[in-house]
Design a binder for this molecule. Structure first.
Ligand SMILES: C[S@@+](CC[C@H](N)C(=O)[O-])C[C@H]1O[C@@H](n2cnc3c(N)ncnc32)[C@H](O)[C@@H]1O
Length: 357
């Protein structure tokens, strides 16, 4: 056999030279194809990934980020400290303002939560808790019940517009022939009545009275359904959930405009076990307005318009049949909100980015 090995310095024969050239060309072609499309250099240890795979990986990273963000948002616990509505992240110990946002639109940190559970709010430059100073400027109208200045916000007309299809449907199908009678137990400044009137509902009960004093008494207002936005301070929300799920409330529907975190509260979960309220989630965050006469002019504009918590409607049709009808047929008429049947549907909305922060 012929020894085909070349000696050092010896030239390749013509055919072999041609083949080597082709091998070289092929090799450089392969290299060109495999270089990252965005011209990023590969780092040692990094494997080259196709653009499709990269896009997919980015998408799942985005989903994970969104999940993480919304988990943080969801785990925030609303509370009232020194007259200030705050959101507490027990894991990190950070305390955020429930009313104000930071300059970049993110949560504004205003204090710390200790391991023992106590909350310390950072003091303002003057050494006083900011809201205490502001509360001093608030004109206090008279109410026959204890009030908290930060609860004095009225629901916007848009919020009522979003639930009109349910109300109309109920009105058309209810057994009694009279006009639909709506009860809002929590009184601020009466805008509830004006808003409902403007949408064609003229029988609305919303009076300046302590609702807890009339619940369970002969003064309890007669009504077909209950629609309200309760005060978020203290245990008002818990009392309301107790009330609308009580035997005496019967099978009336309720539509409650409340912060999204309520659906995670133990009292909500346990009280609504037997029924299945669904959620109507506005695509645009509702802004709550304090009545003009309730607050004097302020150094900051923050309190003029506020939406301390992302809110949504918690809706129960009164009976399983009515609830199902609202969910499957009537909710299709709602154009500015998303509908979530369950907690997992809420989570899916969050992942799609439909739930506002
Ligand atoms: C968030 S506002 C909403 C007002 C109204 N329901 C609306 O949707 O526009 C809640 C109001 O309930 C009032 N409130 C607090 N305790 C109350 C009580 N025991 N009875 C009736 N209203 C009460 C608060 O003062 C506050 O103005």
């Amino acid at each position: 056999m012929k020894d085909e090995k070349l000696k050092y310095g010896e030239k390749e024969p013509a055919g072999e030279e041609e083949r080597a050239k082709k091998r070289k060309q092929k090799k450089s072609k392969r290299k060109r194809h495999s270089s990252p499309s965005n011209n990023e250099d590969l780092v040692v240890g990094e494997t080259d990934v196709s653009p499709r795979k990269k896009k997919k990986a980015k998408k799942s990273r985005d989903v994970a980020d969104k999940d993480q963000e919304s988990n943080v948002e969801e785990s925030l616990e609303g509370s009232l400290v020194d007259g200030e509505i705050v959101l507490i992240d027990r894991k990190s110990g950070k305390v955020y303002s429930g009313l104000e946002r930071g300059e970049n639109g993110g949560r504004k940190e205003i204090g710390k939560a200790s391991e023992s559970g106590s909350i310390d709010l950072y003091k303002s430059e003057k050494g006083t808790v900011k809201n205490t100073e502001e509360n001093a400027e608030i004109e206090k109208p008279e109410f026959p019940f204890e009030t908290d200045a930060d609860d004095h916000c009225e629901s916007p007309l848009q919020a009522y517009k979003d639930i009109v299809p349910f109300l109309k449907d109920f009105n058309e199908r209810k057994a009694s022939t009279g006009e639909l009678c709506i009860y809002d137990p929590y009184f601020c400044n009466g805008a509830v009545i004006e808003n409902f009137n403007s949408l064609g509902f003229s029988k609305v009960y919303n009076r300046k009275e302590d609702c807890y004093k009339v619940w369970g008494t002969s003064s309890y207002p007669s009504h077909d359904l209950l629609v309200t936005n309760p005060p978020y301070s203290g245990d008002h929300i818990e009392k309301l959930i107790d009330h609308v799920t009580s035997k005496s409330f019967g099978n009336r529907p309720f539509l409650l405009l409340m912060p999204q975190w309520v659906h995670k509260k133990d009292y909500y979960i346990s009280k609504t076990k037997g029924i299945r309220p669904f959620f109507v989630v506005p695509r645009k965050r509702y802004i709550y307005l304090p009545p003009p006469s309730f607050r004097k002019s302020k150094k900051s504009d923050v309190h003029k318009k506020s939406s301390p918590f992302v809110s949504m409607w918690f809706v129960w049709g009164g009976t399983t049949q009515q609830n199902e009808r609202w969910l499957s047929a009537i909710s299709k008429r709602i154009t500015d909100c998303d509908i979530a049947r369950s907690k997992s549907a809420l989570r899916d909305l969050r992942r799609k980015g439909n739930m506002k922060k």
